[in-house]
Design a protein around this ligand. Structure first.
Ligand code: 5GP
Ligand code: ZN
Length: 134
């Protein structure tokens, strides 16, 4: 979809701190993280939400989450994580391209869903740490 933000990230037209990709999905850091290592995992095939996409893409997304969530959490020194998906604008979905949030949690960080200010340098550092651990 030419006017979709995440399709543009997938196509490399907009920069992002990418941490993982395969044929079906891409994972990159959220620009407004609620925790260190907050990552978005998206199917490469555009669909507005999980139910609008194929069941194969839904399975590929969950397969990636199963692999990535513990590794990303460990990479940032966390010991647990939240997974989240906002389905529909009324539920808080701002970007209408299916995405699942991985939000690692560690002691000493706020355990809420408020975006924390973060620099591009910090995001670069976190992305590199995660890439090395995957
Ligand atoms: P939603 O509210 O749709 O579930 O989540 C969309 C997420 O996309 C938000 O957490 C927001 O911070 C993130 N986001 C919005 N614009 C960009 C962007 O340009 N780059 C990246 N990496 N994340 C973005
Ligand atoms: Zn899209």
């Amino acid at each position: 979809m030419s006017d979709c933000l995440f399709c543009k990230i997938i196509a490399g037209q907009i920069p992002a701190h990418k941490v993982y990709e395969n044929d079906s999905v891409l994972a990159f850091l959220d620009i407004g993280p609620v925790s260190t290592g907050h990552t978005l995992v998206v199917p490469k095939q555009h669909a507005e939400n999980l139910a609008a996409g194929s069941v194969e893409d839904a399975c590929a997304l969950m397969t990636a989450i199963h692999d990535l969530a513990p590794k990303i959490t460990k990479a940032v020194g966390g010991s647990g994580y939240n997974l989240g998906m906002n389905h529909g604008e009324v539920a808080g979905q701002d970007v209408l391209h299916t995405h699942l949030h991985i939000m690692p949690r560690k002691d000493g960080e706020p355990r809420n869903f408020v975006k924390q200010p973060v620099s591009q340098e910090e995001l670069s550092k976190v992305a590199e740490m995660i890439r090395l651990a995957i």
